[in-house]
Ligand binder design. Structure first.
Ligand code: ADP
Length: 369
Protein backbone atom coordinates (compact mmCIF):
# COMPACT_ATOMS: atom_id res chain seq x y z
CA UNK A 1 0.00 0.00 0.00
CA UNK A 2 1.19 3.45 -0.83
CA UNK A 3 2.41 5.36 2.23
CA UNK A 4 0.41 8.57 2.78
CA UNK A 5 2.53 11.69 3.08
CA UNK A 6 1.57 13.92 6.04
CA UNK A 7 -0.87 16.71 5.29
CA UNK A 8 0.42 20.31 5.48
CA UNK A 9 -1.71 20.83 8.65
CA UNK A 10 -0.17 17.75 10.32
CA UNK A 11 3.28 19.02 9.35
CA UNK A 12 2.54 22.36 10.95
CA UNK A 13 1.33 20.68 14.17
CA UNK A 14 4.43 18.45 14.38
CA UNK A 15 6.64 21.44 13.84
CA UNK A 16 4.79 23.42 16.54
CA UNK A 17 5.00 20.54 19.06
CA UNK A 18 8.72 20.14 18.44
CA UNK A 19 9.26 23.88 18.86
CA UNK A 20 7.12 24.10 21.99
CA UNK A 21 8.89 21.11 23.60
CA UNK A 22 12.38 22.41 22.96
CA UNK A 23 11.82 26.02 23.98
CA UNK A 24 13.37 26.63 27.46
CA UNK A 25 10.16 28.36 28.64
CA UNK A 26 7.13 26.49 30.01
CA UNK A 27 4.14 26.81 27.69
CA UNK A 28 0.48 26.08 28.38
CA UNK A 29 -2.82 26.37 26.61
CA UNK A 30 -6.36 26.50 28.01
CA UNK A 31 -9.66 26.17 26.13
CA UNK A 32 -12.59 28.57 26.12
CA UNK A 33 -13.70 27.17 29.49
CA UNK A 34 -10.38 27.90 31.15
CA UNK A 35 -9.37 24.25 31.32
CA UNK A 36 -5.78 23.32 30.32
CA UNK A 37 -5.55 21.28 27.11
CA UNK A 38 -1.81 21.44 26.61
CA UNK A 39 1.48 21.84 28.51
CA UNK A 40 4.87 21.50 26.85
CA UNK A 41 7.71 19.12 27.77
CA UNK A 42 9.59 21.92 29.59
CA UNK A 43 6.63 22.15 32.02
CA UNK A 44 6.58 18.35 32.51
CA UNK A 45 10.36 18.28 33.13
CA UNK A 46 10.28 21.31 35.46
CA UNK A 47 7.32 20.32 37.65
CA UNK A 48 7.76 16.55 37.47
CA UNK A 49 3.98 16.29 36.81
CA UNK A 50 2.78 14.08 34.00
CA UNK A 51 1.22 15.63 30.90
CA UNK A 52 -2.17 14.08 31.77
CA UNK A 53 -2.16 15.21 35.42
CA UNK A 54 -1.38 18.76 34.37
CA UNK A 55 -4.43 19.08 32.14
CA UNK A 56 -7.78 20.54 33.23
CA UNK A 57 -7.05 22.29 36.50
CA UNK A 58 -4.41 19.75 37.61
CA UNK A 59 -1.56 22.24 36.98
CA UNK A 60 -2.77 24.18 40.04
CA UNK A 61 -1.25 21.46 42.27
CA UNK A 62 2.24 22.75 41.41
CA UNK A 63 1.41 26.32 42.48
CA UNK A 64 2.44 27.26 46.03
CA UNK A 65 -0.63 26.86 48.30
CA UNK A 66 -0.23 30.47 49.53
CA UNK A 67 -0.24 31.82 45.95
CA UNK A 68 -2.95 29.56 44.51
CA UNK A 69 -6.06 31.68 45.31
CA UNK A 70 -4.46 34.91 44.15
CA UNK A 71 -3.18 33.38 40.91
CA UNK A 72 -6.59 31.86 40.21
CA UNK A 73 -8.25 35.24 40.83
CA UNK A 74 -5.85 37.05 38.44
CA UNK A 75 -6.49 34.44 35.77
CA UNK A 76 -10.30 34.45 36.17
CA UNK A 77 -10.49 38.27 36.12
CA UNK A 78 -8.49 38.39 32.87
CA UNK A 79 -10.43 35.43 31.48
CA UNK A 80 -13.81 37.10 32.01
CA UNK A 81 -12.58 40.29 30.37
CA UNK A 82 -10.75 38.37 27.63
CA UNK A 83 -7.66 40.44 28.33
CA UNK A 84 -3.97 39.45 28.47
CA UNK A 85 -2.44 39.06 31.93
CA UNK A 86 0.86 38.89 33.74
CA UNK A 87 1.56 37.69 37.27
CA UNK A 88 4.25 36.26 39.56
CA UNK A 89 3.92 33.22 41.79
CA UNK A 90 5.87 30.32 43.27
CA UNK A 91 5.88 27.04 41.36
CA UNK A 92 7.05 23.72 42.79
CA UNK A 93 9.98 22.23 40.92
CA UNK A 94 10.42 18.44 40.59
CA UNK A 95 13.02 18.53 43.44
CA UNK A 96 10.38 20.00 45.77
CA UNK A 97 11.89 23.52 45.77
CA UNK A 98 9.52 26.41 45.07
CA UNK A 99 10.73 28.78 42.34
CA UNK A 100 9.41 32.22 41.44
CA UNK A 101 7.94 32.28 37.92
CA UNK A 102 6.67 35.04 35.68
CA UNK A 103 3.38 33.98 34.13
CA UNK A 104 2.16 35.67 30.95
CA UNK A 105 -1.02 34.83 29.05
CA UNK A 106 -2.43 36.01 25.72
CA UNK A 107 -5.99 35.59 24.40
CA UNK A 108 -6.50 33.07 21.61
CA UNK A 109 -9.08 33.70 18.84
CA UNK A 110 -9.82 31.04 16.23
CA UNK A 111 -11.63 33.16 14.99
CA UNK A 112 -13.99 33.07 18.04
CA UNK A 113 -12.60 33.18 21.56
CA UNK A 114 -10.75 29.87 21.97
CA UNK A 115 -8.98 30.28 25.31
CA UNK A 116 -5.49 31.38 26.28
CA UNK A 117 -1.92 30.50 25.48
CA UNK A 118 0.80 31.46 27.89
CA UNK A 119 4.28 30.97 29.24
CA UNK A 120 6.03 30.58 32.60
CA UNK A 121 9.62 31.75 33.09
CA UNK A 122 11.80 31.01 36.12
CA UNK A 123 12.74 34.42 37.58
CA UNK A 124 13.89 33.25 41.03
CA UNK A 125 17.34 34.82 40.79
CA UNK A 126 15.99 38.23 39.72
CA UNK A 127 13.24 38.02 42.35
CA UNK A 128 15.69 37.21 45.18
CA UNK A 129 18.05 39.96 44.01
CA UNK A 130 15.12 42.39 43.95
CA UNK A 131 14.03 41.37 47.44
CA UNK A 132 17.61 41.71 48.74
CA UNK A 133 17.88 45.18 47.17
CA UNK A 134 14.57 46.16 48.77
CA UNK A 135 15.76 45.04 52.23
CA UNK A 136 19.07 46.85 51.67
CA UNK A 137 17.29 50.05 50.66
CA UNK A 138 15.07 49.83 53.76
CA UNK A 139 18.17 49.36 55.92
CA UNK A 140 19.88 52.28 54.22
CA UNK A 141 16.85 54.54 54.85
CA UNK A 142 16.71 53.36 58.44
CA UNK A 143 20.42 54.12 58.88
CA UNK A 144 20.13 57.54 57.19
CA UNK A 145 17.35 58.44 59.59
CA UNK A 146 19.37 57.31 62.67
CA UNK A 147 22.54 59.03 61.40
CA UNK A 148 20.72 62.29 60.64
CA UNK A 149 19.15 62.25 64.09
CA UNK A 150 22.50 61.49 65.77
CA UNK A 151 24.24 64.30 63.87
CA UNK A 152 21.42 66.77 64.39
CA UNK A 153 21.28 66.40 68.19
CA UNK A 154 24.78 67.81 68.90
CA UNK A 155 24.39 70.47 66.18
CA UNK A 156 21.14 71.74 67.75
CA UNK A 157 22.67 71.80 71.19
CA UNK A 158 25.82 73.53 69.88
CA UNK A 159 23.69 76.16 68.16
CA UNK A 160 21.82 76.85 71.40
CA UNK A 161 25.15 77.31 73.25
CA UNK A 162 26.42 79.69 70.56
CA UNK A 163 23.21 81.76 70.70
CA UNK A 164 23.52 82.11 74.47
CA UNK A 165 27.22 82.98 74.07
CA UNK A 166 26.31 85.68 71.59
CA UNK A 167 23.90 87.26 74.07
CA UNK A 168 26.31 86.92 77.02
CA UNK A 169 29.20 88.44 75.09
CA UNK A 170 27.48 91.85 74.95
CA UNK A 171 26.80 91.87 78.69
CA UNK A 172 29.52 92.77 81.13
CA UNK A 173 30.80 90.43 83.86
CA UNK A 174 29.58 87.21 82.24
CA UNK A 175 33.00 85.63 81.71
CA UNK A 176 32.31 82.60 83.89
CA UNK A 177 29.12 81.75 82.02
CA UNK A 178 30.82 82.36 78.69
CA UNK A 179 33.51 79.80 79.57
CA UNK A 180 30.89 77.29 80.60
CA UNK A 181 29.00 77.61 77.31
CA UNK A 182 32.21 77.42 75.26
CA UNK A 183 32.88 74.15 77.12
CA UNK A 184 29.41 72.86 76.26
CA UNK A 185 29.76 73.78 72.58
CA UNK A 186 33.17 72.12 72.48
CA UNK A 187 31.75 68.93 73.95
CA UNK A 188 29.15 68.77 71.18
CA UNK A 189 31.84 69.41 68.52
CA UNK A 190 33.77 66.44 69.92
CA UNK A 191 30.66 64.28 69.68
CA UNK A 192 30.23 65.29 66.05
CA UNK A 193 33.88 64.54 65.31
CA UNK A 194 33.52 61.05 66.82
CA UNK A 195 30.39 60.35 64.78
CA UNK A 196 31.99 61.52 61.54
CA UNK A 197 35.20 59.58 62.32
CA UNK A 198 33.17 56.40 62.85
CA UNK A 199 31.44 56.91 59.52
CA UNK A 200 34.79 57.47 57.81
CA UNK A 201 36.26 54.36 59.47
CA UNK A 202 33.45 52.23 58.10
CA UNK A 203 34.14 53.56 54.60
CA UNK A 204 37.84 52.80 55.07
CA UNK A 205 37.15 49.24 56.27
CA UNK A 206 34.87 48.67 53.31
CA UNK A 207 37.43 49.95 50.84
CA UNK A 208 40.17 47.90 52.55
CA UNK A 209 41.97 51.15 53.34
CA UNK A 210 42.21 51.08 57.12
CA UNK A 211 45.90 51.51 57.84
CA UNK A 212 47.81 50.77 61.02
CA UNK A 213 50.91 52.37 62.44
CA UNK A 214 52.48 49.87 64.82
CA UNK A 215 54.73 50.81 67.69
CA UNK A 216 55.73 49.30 71.04
CA UNK A 217 53.87 50.69 74.06
CA UNK A 218 52.88 49.85 77.59
CA UNK A 219 49.23 48.81 77.81
CA UNK A 220 48.98 50.04 81.41
CA UNK A 221 49.68 53.61 80.30
CA UNK A 222 47.19 53.38 77.45
CA UNK A 223 44.51 52.07 79.80
CA UNK A 224 45.12 54.90 82.25
CA UNK A 225 44.86 57.45 79.39
CA UNK A 226 41.60 55.92 78.18
CA UNK A 227 40.13 55.94 81.68
CA UNK A 228 41.06 59.64 82.03
CA UNK A 229 39.47 60.50 78.70
CA UNK A 230 36.24 58.65 79.47
CA UNK A 231 36.07 60.03 83.00
CA UNK A 232 36.34 63.60 81.72
CA UNK A 233 32.76 63.36 80.48
CA UNK A 234 31.33 60.57 82.63
CA UNK A 235 31.62 61.10 86.35
CA UNK A 236 28.76 58.74 87.16
CA UNK A 237 30.91 55.58 87.24
CA UNK A 238 34.05 54.51 89.01
CA UNK A 239 36.42 52.65 86.68
CA UNK A 240 38.53 50.04 88.46
CA UNK A 241 41.51 48.33 86.83
CA UNK A 242 42.47 44.84 88.03
CA UNK A 243 45.47 42.74 87.14
CA UNK A 244 47.36 45.65 85.61
CA UNK A 245 50.88 44.84 84.83
CA UNK A 246 53.66 46.29 82.74
CA UNK A 247 52.75 44.64 79.47
CA UNK A 248 54.48 45.75 76.31
CA UNK A 249 52.41 45.51 73.17
CA UNK A 250 53.30 45.93 69.53
CA UNK A 251 50.21 47.44 67.91
CA UNK A 252 48.61 50.62 66.61
CA UNK A 253 48.31 52.59 69.85
CA UNK A 254 45.67 55.00 68.61
CA UNK A 255 43.44 52.19 67.26
CA UNK A 256 43.76 50.10 70.44
CA UNK A 257 42.77 53.20 72.43
CA UNK A 258 39.76 53.51 70.14
CA UNK A 259 38.65 49.94 71.00
CA UNK A 260 39.11 50.45 74.75
CA UNK A 261 37.28 53.80 74.71
CA UNK A 262 34.43 52.26 72.72
CA UNK A 263 34.11 49.41 75.26
CA UNK A 264 34.33 51.80 78.22
CA UNK A 265 31.85 54.34 76.78
CA UNK A 266 29.39 51.53 76.02
CA UNK A 267 29.85 50.04 79.50
CA UNK A 268 28.88 53.40 81.00
CA UNK A 269 26.15 54.25 78.49
CA UNK A 270 24.38 50.89 78.81
CA UNK A 271 24.50 50.76 82.62
CA UNK A 272 22.71 53.98 83.64
CA UNK A 273 21.73 52.59 87.06
CA UNK A 274 25.17 51.24 87.98
CA UNK A 275 28.13 53.12 89.41
CA UNK A 276 31.17 51.08 88.44
CA UNK A 277 32.95 49.46 85.54
CA UNK A 278 35.70 46.90 85.91
CA UNK A 279 38.69 46.44 83.65
CA UNK A 280 40.46 43.13 83.93
CA UNK A 281 43.81 42.24 82.40
CA UNK A 282 44.98 38.69 81.91
CA UNK A 283 48.06 37.38 80.21
CA UNK A 284 49.28 33.99 79.08
CA UNK A 285 52.25 32.94 76.96
CA UNK A 286 50.75 34.16 73.74
CA UNK A 287 47.98 36.64 74.38
CA UNK A 288 46.94 39.59 76.49
CA UNK A 289 43.23 39.65 77.28
CA UNK A 290 41.47 42.88 78.21
CA UNK A 291 37.93 42.49 79.56
CA UNK A 292 35.57 45.35 80.42
CA UNK A 293 32.68 44.47 82.66
CA UNK A 294 29.58 46.52 83.39
CA UNK A 295 26.48 45.92 85.51
CA UNK A 296 23.90 47.30 83.12
CA UNK A 297 21.09 46.22 80.84
CA UNK A 298 23.00 43.32 79.27
CA UNK A 299 22.20 41.79 75.90
CA UNK A 300 19.31 39.43 75.04
CA UNK A 301 20.62 35.92 74.22
CA UNK A 302 19.19 35.91 70.68
CA UNK A 303 21.00 39.19 69.83
CA UNK A 304 24.50 38.34 71.01
CA UNK A 305 25.64 36.78 67.72
CA UNK A 306 24.82 39.96 65.78
CA UNK A 307 26.42 42.40 68.21
CA UNK A 308 29.60 42.99 66.15
CA UNK A 309 27.69 43.43 62.89
CA UNK A 310 27.73 46.75 61.08
CA UNK A 311 24.79 49.02 62.08
CA UNK A 312 23.48 46.45 64.56
CA UNK A 313 21.74 47.88 67.62
CA UNK A 314 19.60 45.97 70.11
CA UNK A 315 16.12 47.09 69.11
CA UNK A 316 14.59 46.82 72.58
CA UNK A 317 16.97 49.49 73.93
CA UNK A 318 17.88 51.48 70.80
CA UNK A 319 15.28 54.21 71.43
CA UNK A 320 16.62 54.91 74.91
CA UNK A 321 20.32 55.21 74.05
CA UNK A 322 21.95 57.23 71.29
CA UNK A 323 24.34 55.57 68.83
CA UNK A 324 24.90 54.43 65.26
CA UNK A 325 25.74 50.77 65.82
CA UNK A 326 29.21 51.18 64.36
CA UNK A 327 31.61 51.19 67.34
CA UNK A 328 31.69 47.44 67.93
CA UNK A 329 31.93 46.68 64.22
CA UNK A 330 34.95 49.00 63.91
CA UNK A 331 36.48 47.56 67.12
CA UNK A 332 36.13 44.01 65.86
CA UNK A 333 37.84 44.94 62.56
CA UNK A 334 40.71 46.62 64.44
CA UNK A 335 41.21 43.65 66.78
CA UNK A 336 41.04 41.07 63.99
CA UNK A 337 43.53 43.04 61.88
CA UNK A 338 45.88 42.87 64.88
CA UNK A 339 45.60 39.07 64.95
CA UNK A 340 43.46 39.12 68.10
CA UNK A 341 40.02 37.91 69.04
CA UNK A 342 36.96 39.76 70.30
CA UNK A 343 33.84 38.61 72.17
CA UNK A 344 31.17 39.25 74.73
CA UNK A 345 29.55 37.37 77.59
CA UNK A 346 26.24 38.69 78.76
CA UNK A 347 22.76 37.97 80.02
CA UNK A 348 19.87 40.36 79.68
CA UNK A 349 19.60 42.54 82.78
CA UNK A 350 22.87 41.17 84.22
CA UNK A 351 25.45 43.42 82.57
CA UNK A 352 28.05 42.47 80.01
CA UNK A 353 31.72 41.59 79.72
CA UNK A 354 33.23 42.75 76.44
CA UNK A 355 36.74 41.41 75.86
CA UNK A 356 39.47 41.34 73.26
CA UNK A 357 42.87 39.75 72.97
CA UNK A 358 46.12 40.91 71.41
CA UNK A 359 49.01 38.63 70.50
CA UNK A 360 52.11 39.09 72.61
CA UNK A 361 54.42 38.53 69.69
CA UNK A 362 57.99 38.80 70.99
CA UNK A 363 59.75 39.47 67.71
CA UNK A 364 58.82 43.10 67.06
CA UNK A 365 59.27 43.83 70.77
CA UNK A 366 62.82 42.49 70.81
CA UNK A 367 63.69 44.25 67.57
CA UNK A 368 62.50 47.54 68.93
CA UNK A 369 64.65 47.46 72.05
P1 ADP B 1 26.18 52.17 69.51
O1 ADP B 1 26.42 52.09 70.98
O2 ADP B 1 26.63 53.46 68.91
O3 ADP B 1 24.78 51.81 69.14
P2 ADP B 1 28.05 49.93 69.18
O4 ADP B 1 28.51 49.29 67.92
O5 ADP B 1 29.09 50.41 70.12
O6 ADP B 1 27.07 51.10 68.72
O7 ADP B 1 27.11 48.89 69.92
C1 ADP B 1 26.15 48.15 69.17
C2 ADP B 1 24.97 47.76 70.05
O8 ADP B 1 25.40 46.78 71.01
C3 ADP B 1 24.41 48.90 70.89
O9 ADP B 1 23.46 49.65 70.16
C4 ADP B 1 23.78 48.15 72.05
O10 ADP B 1 22.50 47.68 71.68
C5 ADP B 1 24.70 46.94 72.23
N1 ADP B 1 25.73 47.14 73.30
C6 ADP B 1 27.00 47.54 73.14
N2 ADP B 1 27.65 47.57 74.31
C7 ADP B 1 26.77 47.18 75.25
C8 ADP B 1 26.83 46.98 76.68
N3 ADP B 1 27.95 47.21 77.37
N4 ADP B 1 25.71 46.55 77.30
C9 ADP B 1 24.56 46.29 76.61
N5 ADP B 1 24.45 46.45 75.26
C10 ADP B 1 25.52 46.88 74.60
Amino acid sequence: MKKLSPTPRKLREDHFTELADLIPTMIWKVNNEGSATYVNKTWVDFTGMTFENSLGFGWGMAVHPDDRDNEFKIFMTAFEKRSPFQSKFRLRRSDGQYRWVLSQGNVLYNPQFAGYIGSLTDITEQELAQQATKILMQKKDEFMSIASHELKTPITSMKASLQILERLSIQEGQLQQIYSFIGKANKQVNKLITLVEDLLDVTKIHAGKMQFNHSVFNIEEVLADCVDQVKSHAISHQIIINGADEVLIFADKHRIEQVIINFLSNAIKYSPDADRVLINLQKDEQYLKIAIQDFGIGIPADKIRYIFNRFFRVEESSQKFSGLGLGLYISSEIVKRHGGDIGVESQEGEGAIFWFTLPLSQEPLLNSI
